[in-house]
Design a protein around this ligand. Structure first.
Ligand code: G
Ligand code: G
Ligand code: MN
Ligand code: NA
Length: 254
């Protein structure tokens, strides 16, 4: 209850910030993009982690205006980094299933792109498999309209849901994000290593690109590289960073 009340005021009080975690191309070693991750700085509760408020925001519907803020902020920040000459970065934004129920999802994406001037190809929306097994499974048509805009679609936490794989051929997906629970044990658990190798092969056979999340060690990175994984994201390279620190990381690498 306390969280819910405070959450209602958080947007107008400007208490949210985005952190950005780099995504690195394994062939070039370049930072090619970042995932935007919301953080809530409450004046009394301090930093409230997403696990404590994203669920509440979904249940109350507050995720819709909050999600629109995330989209606008991520697009504007990415465009600013483009203009600062820091590379043609792409930004990935998480979407909750609940946001698909809202009539204004597509208009709010279009507005964020238009207001920021960000090229649509530099915006990626992360969907979870749960979306494809819920009542509000978006019409194939809605995802196709997003594709027509030119944005990219990825499946987050891939492999952790219970859905069938049939959606991979029915929906216009561009990227699979291998869940960190599989990546975590690839150097110790032969089954997880086999699963990760298979997901990479599956993605490539479907002409999708594949990114491994939660990469924490050089050994994991080596394995992923040998299997032909396209990109990595994880603490090995960097934690999610406030915008100023992310920008500094970009500048140091150029
Ligand atoms: O960054 P962190 O590991 O604390 O994120 C925890 C969870 O919160 C992740 O599952 C992530 O997908 C979710 N999350 C982070 N930012 C957003 C956001 O902007 N929108 C939605 N819907 N979920 C988010
Ligand atoms: O569910 P989603 O994939 O959107 O959430 C990403 C979450 O994973 C964020 O909360 C982020 O902080 C976290 N994360 C990112 N890299 C690592 C990592 O290398 N190890 C662990 N344990 N968590 C990570
Ligand atoms: Mn994500
Ligand atoms: Na994930």
């Amino acid at each position: 209850v306390r969280i819910e009340g405070a959450l209602r005021n958080a947007l107008e009080r400007d208490e949210f910030v985005l952190h950005y975690q780099p995504q690195v191309d394994l062939r070039t070693g370049q930072v090619v993009g970042m995932e935007a991750l919301i953080r809530w700085r409450h004046p009394e509760l301090g930093m409230v982690p997403p696990v404590r408020f994203v669920g509440v925001a979904e249940e109350t519907g507050l995720i819709v205006p909050i999600g629109a803020w995330v989209m606008r902020t991520a697009c504007a920040q990415t465009k600013a980094w483009h203009e600062a000459g820091l590379g043609k970065l792409r930004v990935a934004v998480n979407l909750s299933a609940r946001q698909f129920g809202a009539a204004d999802l597509l208009p709010s994406i279009e507005a964020a792109l238009e207001d920021s001037g960000l090229e649509p190809a530099c915006l990626e929306l992360e969907l979870t498999e749960s979306l494809f097994m819920s009542d509000i499974t978006p019409a194939v048509e809605l995802l196709h309209r997003m594709k027509v805009l030119g944005i990219h679609l990825s499946i987050d936490d891939f492999g952790t849901g219970y859905s069938s794989l049939s959606y991979l051929s029915r929906f216009p997906i561009d990227v699979l994000k291998i869940d960190r629970s599989f990546v975590n044990d690839i150097t110790e658990d032969a089954n997880d290593a086999a699963i990760v190798a298979s997901i990479i092969a599956l993605a490539h056979n479907l002409r999708l690109s594949v990114i491994a999340e939660g990469v924490e060690t050089a050994e994991q990175l080596d394995y992923l590289r040998r299997q032909g994984c396209d990109e990595i994201q994880g603490y090995y390279f960097s934690r999610p960073l406030p915008a100023a620190d992310f920008e500094q990381l970009l500048r140091q690498r150029r």
